[in-house]
Design a protein around this ligand. Sequence first.
Ligand code: MEV
Length: 438
Amino acid sequence: MNNPIAGFSKLSKEEKINWIAKEYFSSPTDAIALLKNYWNTDEKLQKLHDEFIENTITNFYIPLGVAPNFLINGKFSTVPMAIEESSVVAAASKSAKFWSTRGGFKATVIDTEKIGQVHFIYKGDESKLALFFAQIKNKFFSNTESITKNMQKRGGGILDIKLNDKTNLLPNYFQLHATFETKDSMGANFINSCLEQFAKTLKDEAQGYALFNTEEKDIQVVMSILSNYVPNCIVRAEVSCPIDDLKEKQIENPLDFAQRFVQAVQIAEVEPFRAVTHNKGIMNGVDAVVLATGNDFRAVEAGIHAYASKSGQYTSLSHAKIENGIFTFWLEIPLALGTVGGLTSLHPLVKLSLEMLENPSAKELMQVVAVAGLAQNFAALRSLTTTGIQEGHMKMHLNNILNQFDTNDTERHAINKHFKHNTVTHSAVVAFIAELRK
Ligand code: MEV
């Protein structure tokens, strides 16, 4: 049984580590040494990371890789990807190279509208509330001027505010549904600040509204928060080429390949069990770029999966067709991203990633992220419909096994040579290492 602790957050970092080491580890000194081994020797840099969150004890590394040769709307980019899964960057790079000689990726931002809501309880006459809202609507804008001033200078701000009656879903439940343009920032703080001011205006104005009775004046705000579901903040990415141009080493019969590929996408369109895995493959690319560029991958994940279910059934985010001898593969996803604010100016590697992408606008970053998702999906479906996924996966995974067994350079050389021509499985590699070490 471990002991609870009071005031943990007030302890120094050393004290926190000492407590954890003593409480949870058979060898506290080893645990402390490991945690400290991951500290950055540059104290200023370490302090920056310590202060990103509460109770930091060390850093948790995942690799930052790059996928070069992404031709997007006629311009080449090298895409930074932060991800731990061994095959993802290799797959993205392979797709990027493949499409770079077939016209590249086309990406378009369809819309950039963000959403936030004030959820409240109003017990009274609905028509009076509607009249009240219409009469005070301007106040929501004027009372948030100090918050919106800078955003307006950048061409953004509050787009509209609507009153929604949700009493068919929950007794006395209404909401203010507001839409925003946040330009190059993801806008979470901006939106939430506006919403909290809307909530205050709503309550204050209701108190003084002559047509409301006492109960109606007492509007109860439950919460004010942005929505991570942004179905009108959408980007589309596409690749297409004549069927014959698909031909290469692993694609000897391009028509057969294209047909099989389209079928694989159609299966994901109609079968949720497959759709989830199919979309997971898209998210391999999306999340890796989102993370490398300091954006909120949980928000992106939540929003994208909600979008995949917008018809009432969870379905594929990507689509494919063959028409008049042309193979086309595309996806449309919602992405609320920022290239200013948040971690973008704080985390040195985020800054580096953005610079590598030539300091994109939020719209340009949306395009890169969608393309990375499409590239990843293409690579996965290409493997799945040709060689199967394990061949490539296990080749990449081989390195992880070699690290697990702490192999030296000579062993690695022998193992890599052997598995160039033999199927990689965990047990085959383990057996080979055992044989080598006999
Ligand atoms: C693995 O991370 C992703 C895949 O499962 C995606 C897919 O099945 O399409 C390969």
